[in-house]
Design a protein around this ligand. Sequence first.
Ligand SMILES: NC(=O)c1ccc[n+]([C@@H]2O[C@H](COP(=O)([O-])OP(=O)(O)OC[C@H]3O[C@@H](n4cnc5c(N)ncnc54)[C@H](OP(=O)(O)O)[C@@H]3O)[C@@H](O)[C@H]2O)c1
Length: 252
Amino acid sequence: MQSTSRTLLESSTLSNESSTEIDLQAQAVKMPLRQVIPMIGPPNKQGAGKAYDSVLASRAALQVNVIDLVLVHWPGAAKIKPDSPENARLRRETWLELERAVLDGLVRYIGVSNYTAAHVRELLSYCTIRPAALQMELHPAYQPADVLDMCKTAGIFVQAYSSLGEGHLLDEKAWPMPVVQEAASKRGATRAQVLLAWARHRGWGTVPKSTRDERLAENLASGRIDLTEEEVVGINALACDFKFCWNPNVVR
Ligand SMILES: NC(=O)c1ccc[n+]([C@@H]2O[C@H](COP(=O)([O-])OP(=O)(O)OC[C@H]3O[C@@H](n4cnc5c(N)ncnc54)[C@H](OP(=O)(O)O)[C@@H]3O)[C@@H](O)[C@H]2O)c1
């Protein structure tokens, strides 16, 4: 699977799912899509009898015969305490239904999101079809080596989200990161472009979000920026275990 610059995400965790679907269809007409990635979300779509139906619903909403990639959005489930063993049971049931969706030709690839190394290890212990991808928070401040190493060993494609730290990492005062700033200045590039180029050098896909056309173009142009090995190593060294988003480590 390729790291792709044009990726559309549909999250069934969004409260306005139906309007999201309409937006997706409108965008799909305008954009040459390479991947459509619905998520099996935590609210009520995990577990036996639900995950497969969720794939069918996404397929109908997106008006495609075969979905490129379906991700399990979160290792936990709605209304279940994070430390409950129920979560593991639901993860397993969800995965087995997604495997069935692949065998039935509804989906090409299946993967997970926000899984920790422990969740991935558990999944690998029973899956018949290995996860093709793991989407997770990744940026210079957060680069968890255990799960990244596990993905490398297991051949799981890593897709980064919040590559710009939800935009916070672009604030030079709050997050100076001189190595990022210098790499940007040297090339007449932006900090956002350097962060996305760095993710590409690490071998990760990215899904930067912007509501502004000029920023979408700017982010897309990061594909033309090459960093030196020294710069990549310098940015790697910024890791400080800082997350901007939710923390899946609490889910048993
Ligand atoms: N799987 C999951 O659980 C999960 C969780 C979080 C996010 N995601 C996915 O990841 C995608 C992106 O993550 P994210 O939204 O958390 O954070 P992000 O992509 O790191 O940052 C988005 C923010 O940065 C700003 N921005 C984007 N490009 C910019 C640029 N070139 N210059 C200046 N500002 C820029 C955007 O503002 P403007 O809109 O004003 O440009 C927005 O506020 C989301 O769309 C979502 O699909 C997945």
